[in-house]
Design a binder for this molecule. Structure first.
Ligand code: PHE
Length: 384
């Protein structure tokens, strides 16, 4: 009984022998096509041309019975088929053939001499990224206010004079503008002053943008990058970050502002931290205050970090000035002449703004603001 792969051979006429090999080749090709791994190719080789059980052994036995006058012809066909099987089963030969084919169309494959992989070699480990320490602090501040029901609002870094100054009650040429040394875009003299573009000096313009877009109640935090024409030193950078806050509703009072910021400072620096509010001035808040926290380095006793005062100044805040509501109302009335959403007789609000670098420096005891922007991995890695 011959294996089923071997077709019937009725006689040794040239046409029968040719048909025999054609069918054999079809069977072999089908099997070779699914032999797509080195192991499968090796199994195919053993099955067809293995020294003992190979199918070709059976076939050569079969062909030996051919009559003498056809034996030469039959033998040649057998050899051709055997060479074919040999070649297909020899992986290296297949690769070389393949490489030669590729070389013909100009592709040169460099095959490594040693094909095995050293599994004992350590892999190349790529350190996962981490949030930049400033982003981390910014996210922490924002999260404190998200937990109080605030949502996040964002605004552009290239801002118009109107949003950055005028609507916030800094009139053109008013000396209050000197407190924020501004970077302005060149060649804008032809524009009316309120339309001239500048790099925003604070995140407060987003207060105005948000109120124009939305009627009260408003509770937003605004994280973002701001720019000032300041010389860089240990605590100043011309580019820095702020988180702004704005709350507008009926019956918002200064004690709401105090309670909110006292809570936020305790959430950021620990529950033993005390806050105090110092009279200050901003054109867009009235009254205004600077918030100080008890020194977290000496617990208020007085040290080098707090200049022996026991207090560290952290942020500016105040009740939204009615002049800001007036600018907002003027802008809203261009869309709806009857708009009265920001009538200061009906609503009040508070706002605050804090510097992210300053807070991060106090949190981590960093004395040079430049570290945040140097890109030095020895610094950044410490926040992983
Ligand atoms: N925008 C002010 C600054 O950059 C901070 C501030 C914001 C003060 C909101 C009061 C209210 O200095």
């Amino acid at each position: 009984m011959l294996p089923t792969e071997i077709p019937q051979l009725n006689d040794y006429s040239a046409s029968s022998v040719e048909a025999f090999f054609t069918q054999l080749k079809t069977t072999f090709d089908t099997e070779a096509q699914s032999a797509n791994t080195a192991e499968k190719v090796e199994a195919l080789r053993v099955k067809w041309i293995g020294r003992k059980q190979g199918l070709l052994n059976h076939i050569s036995g079969l062909l030996k019975k051919a009559p003498a006058e056809t034996r030469r012809d039959v033998g040649m066909q057998f050899n051709t088929f055997k060479k074919y099987v040999d070649l297909v089963c020899d992986i290296d030969a297949r690769k070389k053939l393949w490489d030669a084919d590729l070389a013909e169309i100009g592709i040169v494959i460099e095959r490594p001499k040693v094909r095995s992989i050293d599994i004992t070699l350590p892999g190349s480990v790529r350190a996962p990224g981490i949030p930049h320490p400033l982003l981390k602090t910014m996210n922490e501040i924002v999260a404190v206010f998200h937990n109080l029901g605030y949502s996040t609002a964002l605004g552009p870094q290239v801002e118009s004079d109107f949003y950055n100054f005028e609507a916030l009650n800094f009139p053109p040429n008013h000396p209050a503008r000197d407190t924020q040394d501004t970077l302005v875009l060149a060649d804008q003299q032809a524009k009316p002053s309120r339309d001239r573009l500048l790099m925003r000096t604070h995140t407060s313009p987003v207060q105005v943008r948000s109120m124009i877009a939305q009627a009260p109640p408003i509770r937003i935090v605004v994280p973002g990058k701001v720019h000032r024409n300041d010389a860089a030193d240990a605590t100043h950078s011309p580019v820095f970050h702020q988180v702004e806050g704005l709350c507008v509703d009926t019956d918002i009072t200064f004690s709401d502002l105090k309670g909110t910021l006292d809570h936020a400072m305790k959430a950021l620096f620990g529950s033993s931290v005390k806050t105090r509010f110092f009279p200050s001035f901003f054109p867009f808040t009235e009254p205004s205050a600077d918030v100080q926290i008890s020194c977290i380095f000496c617990a208020g006793k007085g040290c080098r970090k707090c200049k022996q005062s026991g207090w560290i100044e952290l942020l500016g805040c105040g009740m939204v000035d009615p002049a800001v509501f007036a600018s907002v109302t003027e802008a809203r009335r261009k869309l709806d002449p009857a708009d009265d959403a920001y009538n200061p007789a009906k609503i009040t609000g508070f706002a605050f703004g804090m510097g992210v670098e300053r807070i991060a420096m106090i949190q981590h005891g960093i004395s040079e603001i430049g570290h945040f922007f140097s890109g030095d991995m020895r610094f950044l890695e410490q926040f992983a």
